[in-house]
Ligand binder design. Structure first.
Ligand SMILES: [Fe+2]
Ligand SMILES: [Fe+2]
Length: 193
């Protein structure tokens, strides 16, 4: 963003930065931050056509997970969590839940963040035993206050969202919901009241 003639900060190192420099940078921050939902949606589209051997591609799996949650009456923040839970498959191939958890963290409750971060282990209940792994890996969290919520997310929405005959809502349906939930961080070290 910004052309070669835009006004920029002048410091060669942050140590030499001035209030004037940071006023310039600050004036760019909110317009950039306001587009985070659009960047996230663009990244989600990278999952389109990526099957990885599954019955549906990763975008359809995401839409189906979110659609099932929405049709089950879940609130907007939960639906957005459901939509984005696997967005990290591209860059976080070996730890995809961490990527979605990091993206959602400023915008959702601690509970939804926990569900996102742990869903990979809980989802394993449905397939780890086919890969020679322990399907009960989630048991390490038994008794945690969000255990049942995470198990429920996987049971009702995530593990159920591979049905090629299911009529999911299109991404356009979820776009305004994502923009609304990501419009304002509820916790961020970069944004003051
Ligand atoms: Fe996942
Ligand atoms: Fe998933």
């Amino acid at each position: 963003m910004g052309g070669p003639n835009e006004i920029r900060a002048k410091f060669p190192s942050m140590e030499e930065g001035t209030k004037e420099d940071w006023d310039i940078i600050g004036s760019h921050y909110m317009p950039f931050a306001s587009k985070v939902a659009d960047r996230v949606l663009d990244h989600l589209r990278l999952l389109d056509g990526d099957y990885g051997g599954f019955p549906v591609d990763r975008l359809e799996h995401s839409l189906q997970t979110a659609t099932r949650a929405h049709r089950d009456g879940r609130p907007d923040d939960y639906v957005v969590m459901a939509l984005l839970h696997d967005i990290g498959d591209t860059l976080g191939t070996f730890n995809h839940p961490d990527v979605a958890a990091a993206i959602l963290k400023p915008f959702v409750s601690e509970k939804l963040h926990w569900i996102t971060e742990k869903h990979g282990i809980f989802q394993g209940y449905y397939f780890f035993h086919h890969l020679g792994q322990d399907r009960d890996m989630r048991e390490q969290f038994r008794g945690h206050e969000h255990f049942e919520d995470c198990a429920e997310f996987c049971e009702k929405y995530d593990q159920a969202a591979f049905d090629a005959s299911y009529e999911s809502a299109p991404l356009e349906f979820f776009e305004p919901i994502v923009r609304k939930v990501m419009a304002r961080p509820i916790n961020s070290i970069y944004v003051n009241e």
